[in-house]
Design a binder for this molecule. Structure first.
Ligand SMILES: *[C@@H]1O[C@H](CO)[C@@H](O)[C@H](O)[C@H]1NC(C)=O
Ligand SMILES: *[C@@H]1O[C@H](CO)[C@@H](O)[C@H](O)[C@H]1NC(C)=O
Ligand SMILES: CC(=O)N[C@H]1CO[C@H](CO)[C@@H](O)[C@@H]1O
Length: 397
């Protein structure tokens, strides 16, 4: 075989390789190794403090490695020390009211006796994958991005004063870190502070395309129908497959973020991984809201309570597939949760978050000639037209 022909064959193989990689930018290897090495065992302060500490340190070190301004926010509850991990990627507009901050957050702790791979290893792994993608582009951006790994979201026992103390990490984050941090860094007295808000990830890798794998709680079916008629119709006509990511948001306050996320999801391919938008109208009566309280169960509620926009992404946890049995139990484990479909579903979610944050924070190529988004996009577009050409040629042969 002559040398030039060999080179040409090598090129074709290379381009083919590119075609296969094009479906997502997410690194399946990074997601898999993160889940396997740092989110596959209990992360509870009483039952497995060592592993929890290992995980927190890993997140902190990864944030640093990816170039974020990283800090622990320690807080005390009932005499126990907890720690949120915070990483900031400053935009050009940092410190001015033109800075529309966008956040991504997930809790890394677990309840006492679960392995917590899906709840909420999945959200934390996606969080790190998004940081990896956004910082590897070496682009700059106008708006600041904040990444947060929350501690102490989980709380399973009744407290002695009878109140519920779930999602404490995000509550303390807002009151003891975020609001003081904003006051210090954005001291203007004119203008309006207008963050895009935060994307909260909790329990989001359980994909299941079997019929009847998605539960709509029967005793609140009527309320779900009343609030989200389109979603319920979709699910029913789809034989209640648990094959979608649930996006929960308030139509009046969170639509900027929710709509962008929805649009980006549509551009990612893999149409079999679906999305459903649960937009909550304002001023709904409490008795209706109480029947759909599952939509409240993560850190986003603390942002809502402080009038900060937030959207909540989830697979719906115990209402779906294997999580019906494994939610908060030992079998929320690698053996049960780590399969190709779940990993690819998580990859699509990570890609969509990265694209949403990249778009809203207005990234642009750094002048130094480093490969910025523009150049990467150009390469991708060239590669994708070659892919289309190759696929067409292949189908003609
Ligand atoms: C859920 O959150 C909404 C908005 O913060 C609130 O109005 C509602 O009372 C909450 N419902 C429950 C059951 O906690
Ligand atoms: C899908 O969900 C059903 C329960 O509805 C479960 O029996 C089945 O194992 C799940 N399949 C996968 C691939 O998780
Ligand atoms: C989405 C989801 O189910 N998240 C869970 C994470 O853990 C908290 C605390 O137990 C639950 O309330 C959430 O349901």
């Amino acid at each position: 075989m002559d040398f030039n022909l060999r080179i040409s064959i090598c090129r074709v193989i290379l381009i083919y390789g590119l075609c296969f990689n094009l479906t997502h930018a997410a690194s399946l290897d990074y997601l898999r190794s993160t889940l396997t090495n740092y989110f596959s065992d209990t992360r509870h302060h009483a039952t497995n403090p060592k592993y929890k500490q290992l995980t927190a340190t890993f997140i902190y070190d990864e944030f640093i490695r990816f170039g974020l301004e990283t800090t622990y926010q320690n807080f005390d509850f009932d005499g126990v020390d907890f720690a949120n991990v915070i990483g900031v990627l400053k935009g050009d507009n940092f410190g001015t009211y033109d800075d529309h901050i966008i956040g991504v957050g997930a809790h890394y702790d677990t309840v006492k006796l679960t392995k917590g791979v899906d709840d909420n290893g999945s959200g934390s792994a996606a969080l790190l994958e998004v940081v990896r993608q956004l910082t590897s582009l070496k682009s700059k951006r106008k708006h600041t991005v904040i990444f947060i790994a929350f501690d102490r979201e989980e709380y399973e026992n009744a407290h002695f004063d009878g109140k519920s103390y779930g999602a404490l990490g995000s509550k303390y984050l807002i009151s003891q870190w975020l609001l003081p941090w904003i006051q210090k860094n954005y001291p203007q007295t004119v203008g309006t502070f207008s963050p895009y808000g935060i994307i909260v990830l909790d329990t989001l890798m359980d994909y299941n395309n079997s019929a009847m794998s998605q539960i709509i709680p029967p005793d609140s079916l009527q309320e779900f129908q009343q609030l989200f008629p389109g979603v319920v119709k979709n699910l029913q006509s789809d034989n209640l497959q648990g094959d979608f990511l649930a996006t929960i948001f308030r139509t009046q306050f969170d639509s900027r973020l929710a709509n962008e996320f929805h649009q980006q999801w549509g551009k990612m391919g893999r149409a079999d991984y679906e999305i459903e938008m649960f937009g909550l109208a304002s001023n709904l009566p409490d008795d209706v809201l109480n029947k759909v309280a599952d939509l409240n169960r993560s850190d986003h509620i603390n942002f809502w309570a402080k009038n900060i926009p937030a959207i909540f992404l989830s697979d719906s946890a115990n209402l779906r597939g294997k999580m019906q049995d494994c939610y908060h139990h030992v079998c929320d484990s690698l053996e049960v949760m780590l399969n190709d479909d779940n990993l690819n579903f998580l990859a699509k979610t990570s890609d969509t978050i990265a694209a949403t944050v990249d778009k809203l924070s207005q990234s642009y190529a750094a002048v130094s000639g480093a490969p910025g988004v523009g150049k990467t996009l150009f390469t991708l577009m060239t590669a994708s037209s070659i892919c289309v050409f190759l696929k067409q040629t292949a189908s003609m042969l």
